[in-house]
Each structure stands twice: as C-alpha cells, then as structure tokens.
Design a protein around this ligand. Structure first.
Ligand SMILES: [Zn+2]
Ligand SMILES: [Zn+2]
Length: 122
C-alpha cells in the first residue's frame, strides 16, 4: 500500500491559492525552502511578498547549491530540520508563518528503499 508522506507546511500559496506551502529540504546542502505542492512556486525565505521562483524545465534548482529540489534525495523537511532553521523559527514565533502538518499531495508514492537514518543519540 502507498505510504503517506508527512509534509509540514506554513499556509497556502498566494499564487495559485490552493497549494499548501510545504517545507522542502535540499538533499544536497540541507537548505530549506517553501515549495507550493500545487504549482511548484518556491520562496527561499519567509518573505512571501517577494516574487517566487518557478520550476525550470520540470526541475527546481536549490537556491543555495542548485541541486534539484524535486529529485531525491531532496525531501519534505522533518520537524527536527525545521527547528534548525533560524528564519523559519523567527517567522513562526512572530506569527508570520504558521506551521501545520499535512500529507504530501504527490500521488507517486516512492516505493523503493527508504534512506538509512543514522540513529541520533540523545
Ligand atoms: Zn501555488
Ligand atoms: Zn541545496
């Protein structure tokens, strides 16, 4: 059966007005951006009034390292990763963004092996 992907999002896209703005984590450099799950608009920080970037030729380069934000190993950010992003935490604390938990819209559930996670000691 397909596995549901948990996606944290911070509201809805002002461009298409229907897509949730998911927190997408670059698999190469760990940079986190706001990615509309519907129209693939991307904001690289909490300033949603700024014009977004869009996918180019079906791919979406990371603003920091230009690796693909769509292809693996890029993924929806985990709660732990979100907590490490200063601008996100600041925006959440000031109420500019509201962190919510949802499920990724993408119907193509990934079916092969999940990446190995190193056990983090506490
Ligand atoms: Zn959108
Ligand atoms: Zn990157």
């Amino acid at each position: 059966m397909p596995t549901k992907q948990t996606m944290y999002y911070v509201g809805f896209c002002r461009v298409c007005k229907t897509g949730p703005l998911g927190l997408r984590c670059c698999g190469q450099c760990g940079n986190i951006v706001l990615l509309c799950d519907e129209c693939d608009a991307v904001w690289s920080d909490a300033d949603l009034a700024a014009p977004p970037q869009y996918a180019q030729g079906g791919d979406l380069p990371c603003p920091a390292c230009e690796a693909s934000l769509i292809e693996r190993p890029s993924h929806w950010a985990t709660e732990e990763q979100i907590q490490n992003v200063d601008w996100l935490q600041e925006a959440i604390h000031t109420g500019a963004l509201e962190l919510k938990q949802g499920t990724a819209f993408a119907p193509d559930a990934e079916d092969d092996e999940s990446p190995e996670r190193p056990a983090s000691g506490g």
